[in-house]
Design a protein around this ligand. Structure first.
Ligand code: ASP
Length: 305
């Protein structure tokens, strides 16, 4: 077993602040409208064990914008369904000529395991409840298009924090740059253990407290099926945590509202809020492409920029 190949992106937790800055600067130089064939002829394998709309298609567009070829392997319709192990599937894809594998898997640590056994970079496109590093990078990129820097920004993260790899990656990234983070959600979605993720996290169960004076409001997906088994029912969640136009007014005037998608109007947020000028939800999707171009370029060159 070896260390992950250079250029792998497995998590935000172990990325240095300067590597993050390097990736964000590189993303700023990427223009999906003006393809740069810097990865001409390279093969990018997209290995998805879980459904995905945004992440998968934006990695694909990013790879193609850099001149690479892409192949999608999904759990259904592949040998994975026949019980092939993750490592055997990885070796097969490597033998087919993969130069980099972008992997999404329901188990935390699956991309890291692949990376330790393969001699090519592996990019984590979301692993279980662990991390979603490319989402955190595109979120930081989006915030920085609206705010001067991340230091001292007041960021409210609201929703199902416990099950969210998006939240974990965002917390790691924003804490490295000195943002002030407040987590908010019912106890089932926000156990006290969340406090150990980073020093100086604030927890509140009251959405008004979380939003008051915030620069950034980051919503997380809430699955209806999860609420079904909880003390907090769906109507409770909606009345206590949903972001409505009147709650949004508690934030700073120029606050931005984020959500990694898929959004559920009428649950995490009111429809009018999703479409309001403060919502940057579709901008996040758009920014996913240059950010993932930067991640792929780094995978091939071993460095950002
Ligand atoms: N699309 C994001 C993810 O795959 C957010 C979510 O599904 O909750 O992690």
């Amino acid at each position: 077993m070896r260390n992950a190949a250079r250029g792998s992106l497995l998590d935000i937790e172990h990325l240095k602040a300067e590597e993050i800055v390097g990736l964000l600067n590189s993303a700023r130089r990427m223009n999906p409208q003006k393809p740069r064939p810097i990865l001409k002829g390279a093969r990018v394998l997209l290995l998805f064990y879980e459904p995905s709309t945004r992440t998968r298609s934006s990695f694909e567009i990013a790879a193609k914008s850099l001149g690479a070829m892409t192949t999608l392997v999904q759990a259904s319709g592949s040998s994975i369904e026949k019980g092939e192990s993750l490592l055997d599937t990885s070796y097969t894809l490597r033998s087919l000529g993969a130069d980099v594998i972008v992997a999404r898997h329901p188990n935390a640590g699956a991309p890291a395991l692949m990376a330790r056994h393969l001699d090519i970079p592996v990019i984590n496109a979301g692993d279980g409840m662990h991390e979603h590093p490319s989402q955190a990078l595109l979120d930081a990129y989006t915030i920085l298009r609206h705010k001067r820097n991340l230091k001292n920004l007041q960021v409210a993260i609201i929703g199902d924090i416990y099950h969210s790899r998006v939240a974990r990656s965002a917390i790691h990234l924003l804490s490295k740059f000195g943002s002030r983070i407040t987590l908010c959600g019912p106890a089932e979605f926000l156990p006290e253990v969340a406090m150990t993720l980073a020093p100086d996290l604030h927890i509140t169960r009251t959405v008004e407290d979380a939003i008051r004076g915030a620069d950034v409001i980051m919503l997380l997906r809430v699955q209806k099926e999860r609420l079904a088994g909880m003390k907090t029912s769906l109507p409770d969640y909606v009345s206590r945590y949903q972001i409505t136009a009147s709650r949004l007014k508690l934030a700073k005037k120029d606050a931005i509202l984020m959500h990694p998608g898929p959004i559920i109007r009428g649950l995490e947020l009111a429809g009018e809020v999703a479409d309001s000028p403060q919502s940057v939800i579709l901008e996040e999707v758009r920014n996913g492409v240059p950010v993932r171009m930067a991640i792929l370029a780094r995978a091939f060159t071993g460095r950002a920029g």
